[in-house]
Design a protein around this ligand. Sequence first.
Ligand SMILES: Nc1ncnc2c1ncn2[C@@H]1O[C@H](COP(=O)(O)OP(=O)(O)OP(=O)(O)O)[C@@H](O)[C@H]1O
Length: 950
Amino acid sequence: MDSQSDNTDSPLSDTAEPTSEKADTRVNTLSGLSQHSTRSSLTSAPDAHFVQDESEDSSIKVVVRVRPLNDGEITRHDSMAIELPGNNNVVIDQPGKKKSFTFNAVFELSASQQDVFDNCGIKQLIEMSIDGYASTAFAYGQTGSGKTYTITGPFNLNENPNPELYGMIQRSFEYLFMNLQKNTDKAGITYTLSASYLEIYNEQVKDLLNPSQRDNLLVRWSKTKGFYVENLFLVECETIDDMLAVLEEGLSYRQTGSNNINEHSSRSHSMLTIFIDSEVPDPDDDTLYITKQGKLSFVDLAGSEKIKELGNTGDLLSETTNINKSLLTLGNCISSLSDPKKKNGYIPYRDSKLTKLLADSLGGNGVTLMIACVSPSTYSVSESMNTIRYANRAKKIKNKPVIRMDPREKLIMSLKRECKLLRSENDYLRTQFTKKLNGGEILQLPKMQTTTNGHVAVNSSKNSQVKKVEDVKKEKSTRRESTNSSISTSLSMKSAADNGLYEMLQEYMVENENLRSENNELVGSRERARREHEHLSKENDKLVRKMEDLERVMVASPVSFARYSFFSRTSSGRSSRPLVLGSVNSSWSEATTALFQQDTTPQMQYPPPQYQQPSLLPRQSPLQQPPPGQPPPGLPAQAFQQYSQQQQLPPPPPPQQAYQGIPHGSNAGAAASNPTVQRDTRVNGHHQPPLTYRKEQVPPKKQLHELPPVDNMKGVPNNYKASKQPPYQQQKIPSKQVSPQQQQQVVTSTSKNKPLESPRGQDGGSYVDRFQQQQTFNKSYGPPVANRPHEQTTPRQANINIPPVRGLERKDDYESGSPHQTQILKQVPLSTRSSTEKLASNKQVKSKADNKVTSDPFLNDIPPTPVATPPAVKYTPKGSHQMLQVSTLDVSQNAKQPGNWDQINDKLREELQELDGEIEYMKYMNKSQTSTTTTTTKPTNKPVPKPRRR
Ligand SMILES: Nc1ncnc2c1ncn2[C@@H]1O[C@H](COP(=O)(O)OP(=O)(O)OP(=O)(O)O)[C@@H](O)[C@H]1O
């Protein structure tokens, strides 16, 4: 046999001694992982978390799995091109030459899934990820060589569940949960798990847990996180079932195709990542925790393919080209990293998305296992040789595993470690000093003690130290006097040496003292930040509750429609505040605003000045009002027209009718004929003249009737004509469907001497009238389509954008697709639902964000409203672990200043007060409206759509 070794760079160097006896004939070797085994036993002890945050350089572990011949190969009578002589060796039998390679483990044809799991080293990777390392297992090989089979099991596992065929991922989940439970029970460590699942298809990153997100996700880089996928969907997992649901969901969306070699070939690279956040109690201080962010990734690469052999055309051909391109880049990275001359130079990670996402695993700070899958057939021998060559190179790549944790916590840990060292050094020096000074006599030196909070303190004061030094000197001088002159010289020399030693000791003590105070400061600042954080969490929760309260009131409120309508007609668009009373351009809203402001809560003006955005239709006095159908000053005519058509605006009230004004003070003339509402008008505790609010103060309808009839509208602007067609007519709801009682209600509640007109008033009418008629109609037919909440959204989502609280990252931000949107999503508590439902619920929330693209071209044309730059703090409410974990708590330099936190707090309080006011106001309006009309708007209780199953 022409056997030739390819192990020129001593491939055995990073493997342990080959075992003389094979534990299992199907597994070629169990060796090569002893290093990890030691580590794992070390880290399983709680203290290990504090003595080791960086592991020594570690090589990528490479194992080879040879699958059995498949049906096609057997039919073709292919012979075996791979020999497995044992001792981790693989011999490839190419025509004319044989090459031998050695790996960490080699799995023979008959090796079961459990054999592979037990012996490939994945267990150690899981343990390390629990300890805070980033671990990656990836399968590499030709198409049809068994990568997917090894990582997730056979393709039809879902239809025919067979636990024996479960792949590495399912087995790892089980092992992971078992270990987490052990650590929690033993050391009181708490863990939070979440999962993401993506695929790279045609060089585009797709979220497999959020398939509605069609866009290519961006791969970004940050100093703290390295390469990461932006806006990737994360699912919080509490149980193993949650994780299995994630896997199942992701697999169902993965791109597959069929080729000559594999009927169910994966056409993309997939990456399932489990994020493991742990809080480890600090052994020195019960109140402190060290947080670590480990992760465990499973990568199933698409198979390397020979285009010629596969017979792919069209889409499949471009897929294959992309797959081969990214695998080529991976190969280049592996080559560069394994070449000692190149490894410190340029590594082409950036050439493909795959290599960007694997950067940490290849030559980075993670721990990595590569599973090279090969077919034994002679038909695939050249592909198998390529795979084995790459695997052999990958073996030489060295990683420098580092525990992933907060840099500040890392600093504190290292300072503590230094303190410990200094303390022991001190002790040693003290012993040496006392021995030398007294020739065995123990001299009492200031002793260090550990205080209750775990910090070291000097037992005696500085004065006493000085006193003792004096004592020592006196003693020494006494002794010197008593000795004869012959030995005086040697004694003085000894004394000088002792003094030097003592000075050195004192220096150490001072240095130690400095370190201690620095440490105390750091611990203090961390505590402060923690308190701030807790405080903000509470504030935030309170705010969210208030917002929900407000939402409920608004949904139940009969005025909500009118207010929403105003908003949709008059707000400045895109991300305006929902109840921008200050920008509502109507007499009714003027009235309500004035009323509102005259009420007992003067601070209810909303939004506060710093949030106010320039209104699209600026607030004007009646005299400044533009003629009907004309754009307000500053708004381009085309845009206005487009907007009017889009929104089907009612005609703007003619100047003489708009803004009749709200009576401030007396209204004696009107009071006789109109129902009035008397209000308490104390402002800031001082009694004001009583305000009488006249509902009929708004323009009388007969004036509106004077507008030209529909057929005779020459010269009337287009948008006016458009608005003549009320939305209800467009819906073809016959007006005769209004019951006589309802008509009666409307007549009673609005104006008894006016005939019932279309629901929005024949010619517009006052907003109050329209509103009341609207309510009546709503009761019968539901709200008009234009104002009806989206099928699956709440009215707030449909009509109102609750503006982002400045400096605050919230669920709402995510849903509304605001710029504050992050990749993290607050979860609805998962424990009460089944895992698939949880997943579906997650998807639902996310897809809302995705669908939140306004269809209004006018609104899309509006440039984003400039808002004051918020302090760069992202904040997520406590209780949502997943939000906190993936660097969402991104406290920037600015926000570290306590002043900024205060500002945010103030803003939150302000928001809270305003919301309080809003709620009060809405309650008040509720009451007053129900007393005048009998109509109510029922909240739409749309059933939550069922989670989609495979
Ligand atoms: N160790 C094994 N034992 C039994 N059958 C196997 C084994 N490995 C792979 N197979 C079978 O071989 C076929 C191809 O395997 P698989 O789909 O996992 O290949 P792959 O490398 O993922 O291919 P691709 O890159 O095209 O996705 C499957 O039908 C699978 O069940």
